[in-house]
Design a protein around this ligand. Structure first.
Ligand SMILES: CC(C)(COP(=O)(O)OP(=O)(O)OC[C@H]1O[C@@H](n2cnc3c(N)ncnc32)[C@H](O)[C@@H]1OP(=O)(O)O)[C@@H](O)C(=O)NCCC(=O)NCCS
Length: 260
């Protein structure tokens, strides 16, 4: 072997053969969902069926959230200037940071911190959560993954938490998330766990490293961004002033997947 060669464990490509993490890509194409494939490529192993369903739900839950999220606005603004598809989608991806999409990673880290502190000090979880939240407030920091500009009871969060329970995901991060929600509730603040918080707690309890978590949001949101760029390009004039508050939904009215 060439001494200067370097190693990769992700995908093996040989003439007429492609194996992802050792599995024939054709078998994966025939047998697993995209969520399971994302789990496989990031973790190196296939998930159980219930975890695969949970991964699919995480990806679907984050596919789009209308025109107001900063990533959609960034992508539309870039399109409006005549930007390319790749440039405009990249602009959207670049807007995924600590307070949008990126709350997933930070929430997982913060929940892990609460759980570790509870285990180390052998104190009740709610008490530790309260101390940590007070410290954050004193430092001008926020608990990522809680609160929402639009939703007080986000349907995505409820469904994800139900699917997580069905998949047996109920570890230290999930427990810490419930404790944080209880402490906020007890202090009279309506800051429920949001979709990013639910995803952060779930992914952390599934054993994902925080460093890849925002990437999962990017994977999920990319189709939405492509749709926004294409709609902007094909239905709006260039260089328009984009006022997110002034938009009107003009798509199909409510319909059922069961009737599709
Ligand atoms: C999402 C978010 C920006 C929505 O905020 P908002 O509803 O516009 O509320 P504001 O930013 O005006 O904050 C209102 C109050 O609640 C507090 N607050 C809001 N979210 C908080 C959080 N996650 N942790 C602690 N305090 C929070 C603010 O400090 C502020 O307190 P004050 O009145 O004492 O100054 C906010 O909840 C937040 O920053 N959450 C964390 C980041 C996150 O999870 N983002 C992903 C959203 S899906």
């Amino acid at each position: 072997m060439d001494e200067s060669s370097w190693k990769t464990s992700i995908t093996q490509v040989e003439p007429n053969q492609v194996r992802v993490r050792g599995y024939e890509i054709t078998d994966l194409m025939n047998e697993i969902s995209f969520g399971a494939a994302v789990y496989l490529i990031l973790r190196g192993e296939l998930p159980s069926q219930k975890v695969a369903k949970l991964m699919d739900a995480i990806l679907v839950s984050s596919i789009d959230h209308g025109v107001t999220p900063p990533s959609a606005l960034a992508a539309r603004n870039a399109t409006s200037t005549g930007g390319s598809l790749s440039g405009a989608v990249a602009s959207g991806i670049l807007a995924i940071n600590e307070f949008h999409g990126g709350a997933i990673e930070k929430c997982a880290v913060q929940l892990g911190h609460i759980a570790s502190r509870c285990e180390k000090l052998d104190q009740p979880l709610d008490q530790v959560a309260e101390i940590v939240l007070d410290e954050m407030k004193a430092n001008g920091d926020r608990m990522s993954g809680f609160g929402h500009r639009v939703h007080t009871k986000d349907p995505r969060t409820t469904t994800l938490l139900e699917l997580a329970a069905a998949a047996g995901v109920d570890g230290r991060h999930m427990h810490a998330a419930w404790a944080v929600q209880r402490v906020f509730e007890a202090s009279g603040r309506n800051l429920p766990i949001n979709v990013d918080g639910a995803i952060g707690a779930i992914l952390a309890d599934l054993g994902f490293e925080p460093a890849v978590m925002n990437g999962i949001f990017m994977i999920a949101r990319a189709p939405g961004l492509v749709a926004h760029v294409h709609e902007e390009r094909t239905t709006q004039r260039p260089m328009r002033k984009i006022n997110a508050a002034n938009h009107e939904y003009a798509g199909p009215s409510s319909r059922s997947v069961a009737d599709a």
